[in-house]
Structure formats: C-alpha cells, structure tokens
Design a protein around this ligand. Structure first.
Ligand code: ASP
Length: 352
C-alpha cells in the first residue's frame, strides 16, 4: 500500500515538472516590415516623409507602458514603404509566422506594415498562416515624427489584441484607429485620414481602446489553420495581372497581359464586374488560351455574382464574390499553385 502511495506522489511530482509554468504575461513577437509607422520627416508638420526609416526598437521606445501588456521581442523582416511590398517579403513573413507560432513560447504576433498594401498582406497571411493564435497587423497614417503621430497608440492596441485570448481563431486582424478588422473584409478608403480602413460589407470584428478590447461577430470565411494553402515550399507565385475597366476601355491590355505570360487576369470591372463588349471578347479569348479570368469590381462595396450581365458559364469566367481586385489577385495567385480548373477556382472564391 505504502509503495502505491509513493508511486502516486512520484507521478504527481513528474506531472508538475512537465506542465508549463504559468506565465506572468503573454509572449508577443513583433515583425517589422516598414511603412509610415516607421516613417520619419524633417519636421513634425510637413507632409513629405520617408517610409520605413525607423527600426522596431525605436518604435517600441515611443510607446510607454507597452511592456506591461506582454513580453515583447522585435524582429526586423524588411524596412520598406508598402508600395514596395513584394510576394518575396510576404512569403518570408508567412514562413516566419508559421515557424514562431508552432512553438509554445509565442502566444501572438504583431506585424508592423505600411497601409498602402496592408490589405493584400493581411489577406495573404490569412490564407497561409497555419495557426489559430492571434496575428495582428498594424500601421499608421502619420510618420513617427509628426505632430499627433497615430503609430504609438495603434502599436499599443495591436499588442493588446495579440495578447488577448479572445483574438484567437479569428484569422489575421488589422488594428488601426481603435478598430479591429478582419483580413477578408477591410480596405483602405482614404489616402490621408487616420480613419482610413473600413470593412464596408461586413463591419468591424471589434474595437479597442487603450488596450481594452470589445469583440463582435466574425465574417464566415475560411482562414489560417483551416486554410488548404501551403506555402512551406513555395518560392515564387504565378503571374496574375489586374486590368482596370472604364468607359471605352481598350481590350488590347488583356491581350498584352496574355502575351507577357500571365496565368491569371483579374478585371477591376465597372459595376457588377462588367467590361465593354470588346473586352469581354478579349477576356474570352484569353480563357481559350488557358488563362484564368476573374471578374471583380472597381466599386468600393458590394459583391460580384456569376451570370448577372455576363454569361460566366458560357465564357468560363470566375466571379470574385466579395473580394476586391487586389485580394482577388492574391487568392488567384495561390489558387493557381493548385490547378487552373475554373469550377474549382470559383469554389475557392466562395470559401475564402
Ligand atoms: N506609403 C506608406 C506605406 O504604405 C503609407 C502608409 O504606411 O501609411 O508604406
């Protein structure tokens, strides 16, 4: 009997040793890529500045109290204005996120990024990060040297969201100006205002103020740990071009894209993904040559549905559903790694 008690005590002791010690604070890694949040100007009131001029360590020093939210480590991935964001850098960020989040010593990631192409990178990571842990992107509209710079509070709020267990399982989030947006739905709507990001069709998934978060509903799209896209061995994405439609559009832009080797074309169509008759004919000819054509819209809100004013069934086109042209390009680039059958790609546009 005594031996049995002894064994139980030994097993309890081993169990205690193996169970992780309770952490005082969550562990958050900040991956810095550049943008206005890391931008600097010669004076606090001038509009001209250089993006991606300040390092992550300098940015953290400008945020008093941030160290109370989490144990923070910073890594510089790149330091570019996001107009220079490339698929190479996106792949690097996605692979680093997957590496960091697979370990038990990282609870969440914050990515600092320029606002110009934040929606593209957010959506790319939404499809390629394989974890339910929070991944939160953040930027600013005013450089770090500006009067009333918005970067420090945005960064504080982003770390608070990444450290919040309620942010788990919501896909990649973007925190700016006290709002929390889902990667699928947000888009940049103002060239200069600090209230630039909106999610016109789905609304925000939450709000945050001085590190205190309030959560609403999530949009229904599949993402992150449930995504079927795997970029672990991918080094290059197929060429996909976006062609902007307008009144009296020239169809030979579509022909030029095919000649340049595009595997996919996204039309930023007028209205419900429309284009003039000559361009529909050029796009149909592109499909016949094996190029995948997606009809999206240049309009800021609303969905593009199949077979409304264009016979997608007959012509072999894909309708972008709720994705704007820039996010359609991301999804189509990843989809083409898996195959080019229009019916399957249409299904991906309904799912992601
Ligand atoms: N051009 C800048 C960038 O996207 C603008 C910004 O960050 O707000 O990097």
């Amino acid at each position: 009997m005594k031996r049995v008690y002894m064994m139980i005590l030994v097993l309890i002791a081993i169990g205690c040793q193996n169970s992780p010690a309770k952490k005082d604070k969550p562990d958050v890694v900040i991956l810095a890529t550049g943008g206005t949040i890391a931008g600097a100007a010669a004076s606090g009131t001038q509009s001209a500045y250089t993006s991606g001029a300040v390092t992550i360590d300098a940015m953290l020093k400008a945020v008093p109290g941030i160290e109370k939210l989490a144990n923070i480590k910073g890594e510089q991935i790149s330091n570019v204005g996001s107009q220079d964001m490339s698929f190479d850098i996106m792949l690097k960020v996605a692979k680093r996120c997957n590496q960091l989040l697979s370990g038990s010593n990282v609870d969440g990631i914050v990515i600092t990024h320029g606002t110009d192409t934040m929606e593209e990178t957010a959506y790319f990571l939404n499809l390629t990060v394989k974890s339910d842990k929070p991944v939160v992107m953040v930027g600013s509209m005013r450089p770090s040297t500006a009067v009333s710079a918005d970067g420090p509070l945005n960064l504080y709020n982003a770390v608070a969201v990444a450290a919040d267990p309620k942010a788990k399982g919501r896909g990649v989030l973007v925190v700016m100006n006290d709002q929390i947006h889902a990667a699928h739905s947000l888009t940049k709507t103002s060239t200069t205002s600090v209230q630039t990001f909106m999610s016109p069709l789905r609304g925000v998934v939450g709000v945050t103020a001085y590190g205190k978060d309030d959560w609403y509903n999530n949009p229904p799209w599949t993402h992150t740990s449930k995504s079927e896209f795997d970029i672990s061995n991918v080094t290059k994405l197929p060429r996909v071009d976006i062609i902007f439609a307008d009144a009296d559009m020239e169809p030979d832009l579509i022909d030029a894209s095919v000649k340049a080797g595009a595997k996919g074309i996204v039309i930023a169509g007028v209205g419900n993904g429309n284009m003039n008759k000559v361009s529909v004919d050029a796009a149909a000819a592109a499909v016949k040559q094996g190029v995948v054509v997606v009809r999206s819209s240049r309009v800021a809100t609303g969905m593009v549905d199949r077979n409304v004013e264009v016979d997608d069934d007959k012509l072999g086109f894909i309708a972008s559903d709720e994705l704007n042209p820039q996010k359609s390009r991301i999804l189509l680039s990843l989809a083409l790694l898996k195959g080019d059958k229009p019916a399957q790609i249409q299904e991906l546009f309904r799912t992601y």
